[in-house]
Design a protein. Sequence first.
Length: 285
Amino acid sequence: MSAPSSTRRGPSFQVGVTDRLAEFPWWGLVIILGAVLLIYQFATNQTYKSILESLVVGVRLTITITLIAYVISLVLGLATALAQLSTNVVARNIAMLYVQIVRGIPAIVLIFYTALVVVPAAVNLINALGEQLSSAGWLAAENPLTGISIRDLSFVTRGIIALSINYGAFSAEIFRAGIQSIGRGQIDAAHAVGLTGFQTFRLVVFPQALRRILPPLGNDFIAMLKESSLVSVIGVNEITHLGKKYAAASFLYPATYNTVAFLYLSITLVLSMGVKWMERRLETE
């Protein structure tokens, strides 16, 4: 005599429930509960309200620094990747030297070095060039090159330059890998139909490579947003620096750094969802 159907289905039903519970994103539930708790504090607790109001300016500056530095790093990364893949020995070795040096130096050290060494040295070099051109009679004694002063470059600008140099090296490797992933047969076919090298790159290679590297470039943007907090070491008033100053003045360390962490996490989660949406869109297409 066969067992009742309810008895036969029991174990499978329990396994199904267990599998669903195991696959449930409990980590997301923890984040949501923490966010709800902090939002409640922002709405009802005057201390948290004051902290949030003090850090809003830092949020705007953080996003501005990240956007500008990211665009510059993309341009620098693409140029470096093309130099690495070129047949010019000098350009290739300069590009590889830049990538190896930057990738081998911690980001915080690179920020200090760029802000306090590279930028002042570049300004002095520009001033010297202006003086040389002036003495040669090509420019007036007072010209834009000699008029540049180190004080004209704020630490916000120096921080943007440092982040651009840092992430330009990593973007270069992403671009290089994407370009090299395109099959040689497509390049040969493009040449066979009469396309020049530049036309082949612009119409055949780069569009396909860009689709493949968009997700890692998006992840780089998120990483840069978080690492923009490092420019606080040179006094830039972004989220982390404002939070550090507020905590030092009020001694409200838990509340202040809870707010700082909440702001960073909120921004990065929104960006992460955008990157995942982009990945799904590219897979579907």
